[in-house]
Design a protein around this ligand. Structure first.
Ligand code: F6P
Length: 364
């Protein structure tokens, strides 16, 4: 008698980022290698609610996914599965929604589910897992603020995008003797800002971990002028704030939604111009950091993560998340990753490297 076919499901949740499709491809291919079938769940966890939305994933059709941006499955961070109010403050998902998702999972004949997401989606995964759904997690977020993995996929691609933007701003800032402010994403952690800031030759880096003052920023502008450097590049994480100040938000948060951050760059540019008398301009990189294809590093990481997720399922190691602990991929309990913000250590080597090079955090 033929053994029953093993069918696994995969969904992508929360904000998109480069590399989601590469993970889908790796999971589908590694599953096919074991003779398993993979079913895609559309639109994040909402795809498991009535009307259930799925997509057959044929392993022979996966080739273009390695390099493409976005997610062919779609994603969502709204609705009954809206996950977060703030980092580490996971929304308790209504029991009915969890039960309905579990019922769909069983009805679809799935043996396991791969959940690809950040802190919010993985905290939903944890709740589903506690209700008896066998699943494994794959850590994604351009912000790189998820604990228990040295790096999340999507981050390297976002840093590459921000560094490219800085390279471009550098030449125009120098041509016009201007202050240029680049606002990048990074809600609670400044990993993108500090990494791109160092890689792209920024002069001031503003991150959520180190409150800044305008005196500190302007002192750096003045010090550069003294050296004959008549332009200054400032990289600001959207979640950075003035000492004693607050986030700059476009839209307030709600019960089931975090505040939509954005606008800090313009505020900084205006204030620095007022205080220094120099021309200042702002560039908001926004969702360009989340769009487009993954870097080589992310393609490789996504492929390793996807294959590792399938190995975890084969070993029936459920409730776990794949993680990178160089030089290898490992797995950790999902609860070790969620609800724990991984911020830039203020006395770590990245901050020290920046300071050693004379880069200011606007704090002195
Ligand atoms: O969490 C990743 C992130 O890129 C944050 O840095 C940013 O604040 C947020 O997503 C933006 O999300 P949305 O696209 O829902 O506005």
């Amino acid at each position: 008698m033929k053994p029953p076919l093993t069918r696994i499901g995969i969904l992508t949740g929360g904000g998109d980022c480069p590399g989601l499709n590469a993970v889908i491809r790796a999971v589908v291919k590694a599953a096919a290698k074991r003779g398993w079938e993979t079913l895609g769940i559309r639109g994040g966890f909402n795809g498991l609610l009535d009307p259930v939305r799925t997509m057959a994933l044929d392993y022979t059709q996966m080739d273009a996914l390695l390099t493409s941006g976005g997610t062919i499955l779609g994603t969502s961070n709204r609705g009954p599965f809206a996950a977060k109010r703030a980092h580490g403050v996971a929304q308790e998902i209504p029991r009915e929604a969890l039960d309905a998702a579990k019922a769909s999972f069983e009805k679809l004949g799935l043996a396991a589910l791969v959940v690809v997401g950040g802190d919010g989606s993985l905290s939903i995964a944890l709740q589903l897992s506690r209700r008896g759904v066998p699943l494994v997690g794959v850590p994604k977020t351009i912000d790189n603020d998820l604990d228990a993995t040295v790096i999340t996929f999507g981050f390297d691609s976002a840093v590459a995008c921000a560094t490219d933007a800085l390279d471009r701003l550098h030449t125009t800032a120098a041509s016009h003797d201007r202050v240029m402010v680049l606002e990048v994403m990074g809600r609670y952690a400044g990993w993108i800002a500090i990494s791109a800031g160092i890689a792209g030759g920024g002069d001031v880096i503003l991150i959520p971990e180190i409150p800044f003052s305008y005196e500190g920023i302007c002192a750096q502008v003045a010090a550069r002028e003294k050296l004959g450097k008549r332009f200054t590049l400032i990289v600001a994480a959207e979640g950075a704030r003035e000492a004693g100040g607050h986030f700059v938000a476009r839209e307030e948060g709600a019960k089931d939604r975090e505040a939509q951050l954005g606008g800090l760059g313009a505020v900084v540019a205006k204030e620095v111009a007022r205080r220094t008398g120099k021309e200042a301009r702002v560039c908001v990189l926004g969702h360009l950091q989340r769009g487009g294809g993954p870097t080589c590093f992310d393609r490789l990481l996504c492929t390793r993560f996807g294959a590792q997720a399938v190995r975890l399922i084969a070993e029936k190691k459920f409730g776990r998340m794949v993680a990178l602990k160089p030089p290898t991929t490992v797995s950790v309990p999902i609860e070790e990753a969620v609800g724990r913000l991984k911020q830039v250590p203020v006395d770590g080597d990245l901050v020290m490297t920046a300071r050693d090079l004379g880069i200011s955090f606007g704090d002195a």
